[in-house]
Design a protein around this ligand. Sequence first.
Ligand code: DX5
Ligand code: ZN
Length: 223
Amino acid sequence: MTQPLIAPSLLAADFANLQRDLELVNRSEADYLHFDVMDGVFVPNISFGFPLLEAVRKHCTKPVDVHLMITDPDRYLDAFAEGGASVIHVHYEACPHLHRTLTRIRELGCKAGVALNPHTPISGLVDVLEQIDVILIMSVNPGFGGQSFIPHTLQKIADLKQVLIATQCPALIEVDGGVSLANADALLRAGTDMLVAGNSIFGAKDPLNAIHQLKNSHQPLVA
Ligand code: DX5
Ligand code: ZN
């Protein structure tokens, strides 16, 4: 059974004990650290930016998956690449020249990701599939951790998976928002490759075990 990639979301970590939480992620079966950047304009919240990325890079041994919830992300791509991002996700809704933006992310040596808000159809991606390494399906309205998973996401992922198969596109499907053990198996069955989880990891009594459980959440089908 294939295991999903797991990306704990730093937004739910204890910022007063950041080194402790980063070391926990280092010891865990997580594959990435998810890093949410919010500008207070594209989303109604402000999170963190370059100084924190710099501090995180000093202590985190996992590649960093940067999720830019900001307007005009092109202005900051170079800085996030220099800051050590492995994946840079821009929002479809924030990019009038998406092909150019994605091309630039790859030129900078990062994997190119596109995030779709819950109301954004997958059809807008068909002409840029060759430029995409990861598609980030938002399963909540972006801006805050700890929100409830939007169930329609499952159908959206299943539809996207069909498009990727039909076009032989190797892009990964990543899901972000309200992900937990309650929906992980269904998400993986629908075609998800990578699970982002904030509260269900850092809010758990035993975050290491929570990561282990998510990593092994794909249940074998019982005959
Ligand atoms: C929401 C962020 C998410 C958030 C997920 O806008 O993009 O990455 O941290 O948090 P949970 O898993 O708690 O919904
Ligand atoms: Zn995110």
